[in-house]
Design a protein around this ligand. Sequence first.
Ligand SMILES: CC(C)(COP(=O)(O)OP(=O)(O)OC[C@H]1O[C@@H](n2cnc3c(N)ncnc32)[C@H](O)[C@@H]1OP(=O)(O)O)[C@@H](O)C(=O)NCCC(=O)NCCS
Length: 219
Amino acid sequence: MANVDGTTGVTVRTYREQDRSRLRGVLARSGEGDPAATSVFGEHDPAVWLDRYADGDPGSFFVAEEDGELLGYLTGCLDTSALPSDSECFERLLRTERLFLRPETALFLGRMAFDSIVDRGKETAKEFDDPRWPSHLHIRLVPEARGKGIGSALMRRWQERLREEGSPGCFLQAMSENTEAIAFFERMGFEHHGRPRIISGFRGRNGERLHLQTMVWSP
Ligand SMILES: CC(C)(COP(=O)(O)OP(=O)(O)OC[C@H]1O[C@@H](n2cnc3c(N)ncnc32)[C@H](O)[C@@H]1OP(=O)(O)O)[C@@H](O)C(=O)NCCC(=O)NCCS
């Protein structure tokens, strides 16, 4: 375990199985500031954003903790092709959990169909697949833990692991409307890869269209 700095009691450590249920609370609380109005996966968010990583690459899953309380996490994945993709998760949940009966998901599917017509000819967001950056990550902190260096401590730990494991590079995808997160990733050495691309189906809190920015980092 490593202290975030010499003065706070925050530690960054690797995920443990006992964290699983408590991380659901962190995920639920860390959506504040998210530009997207609703979640597509709904009550299945923990399966997609936590369990997929805890089961698939637990050594790349880091948590930040203070006095036994979890404040945030970074879910990394060294080899993105080894985990089910977001769209594979979505399709499986549509089939097995009849996700299309959820009103927010039904609305999302309707918007996707509509957007596929209005966005014809535009370069829309898609899942990233480039052997130069096979690894990827997600990071989230509860609101009161932000701006204190905890995100950078989690990221440094992940970047250390990427170096140790010999990964050629790591990508992430963030909504370009999430300007605070983009500024954070830039500060952590990530570079913009291509231009922001419009996302099908998603809407912001005021009904506006949202865009996805891919960013990359190489050790
Ligand atoms: C994005 C997030 C992980 C950053 O973690 P954090 O602990 O708040 O960031 P830190 O305090 O470690 O900041 C590190 C650096 O990033 C930059 N940064 C962080 N937040 C910033 C902001 N709101 N605006 C501008 N720069 C910012 C700072 O320049 C800081 O550099 P410094 O060391 O020179 O001060 C965190 O705010 C968060 O969980 N946000 C909500 C979830 C989210 O948006 N996740 C990403 C989705 S893709």
